[in-house]
Design a protein around this ligand. Sequence first.
Ligand code: HEC
Ligand code: HEC
Length: 169
Amino acid sequence: MKQSLRVMVLVVAVGATGGLLASGGDESRGRLPAVTHAQWQAECSACHLAYHPGLLPERSWHRIMAGLDQHFGENASLDAATAADIDRFLAANAADRSDHRRSRRIAGSIAPGAAPLRISDTPWFVREHREIAAATWRRPKIGSPANCAACHQGADQGDFSERRIRIPK
Ligand code: HEC
Ligand code: HEC
């Protein structure tokens, strides 16, 4: 009896540590879960990187997909079927549908009634980047906060870990 109890405690302890290590590893690498969707990849990376769906809540993605004809000064329209398909993919993997710590923080930083069109307008983003000077954003190799990949070398794989940040001069 005593013996089996000790074994059980050991198993539970190892299980818990294993879980902590596994999620700790994911979080410290800063990588969002890998997602693939052929049409999203093709259509939403034509002008900028295909922003990971876990960077905005579902209501923001619906707004973005409903306004592609006037998308930040560009016409990014798609045929209705393709747009609906991409919209479903973005919604299913949105920040407020994810249990990833980073996505939860992003979603939690946005007021319930708000649906920002920009990741770079979310309170979470502003806080994470508060040390970057206005003049740095405007450097020719950066241009705007939307250009994640200018500084985050793994941005197209959803990897925003600190060790892969290089701010271009
Ligand atoms: C025709 C070009 C074009 C296409 C295609 C396009 N976008 Fe954009 N997108 C832009 C421009 C321009 C901006 C503003 C960039 C800036 O502020 O530097 C932008 C910005 C964004 C932003 C805000 C980035 C931020 O946080 O500031 C999101 C989100 C976004 N696009 C999503 C999408 C999605 C989803 C698709 C595919 C359905 C898409 N875009 C396709 C041109 C495009
Ligand atoms: C001018 C360069 C630059 C651009 C552009 C930029 N970032 Fe960052 N980002 C940084 C720096 C610097 C940090 C802060 C690292 C620190 O102080 O901990 C950071 C922090 C982050 C973090 C937190 C990293 C961590 O592990 O603490 C995330 C996530 C992130 N950025 C995502 C984005 C996304 C998404 C975009 C585009 C919409 C973007 N960034 C655009 C430079 C940039």
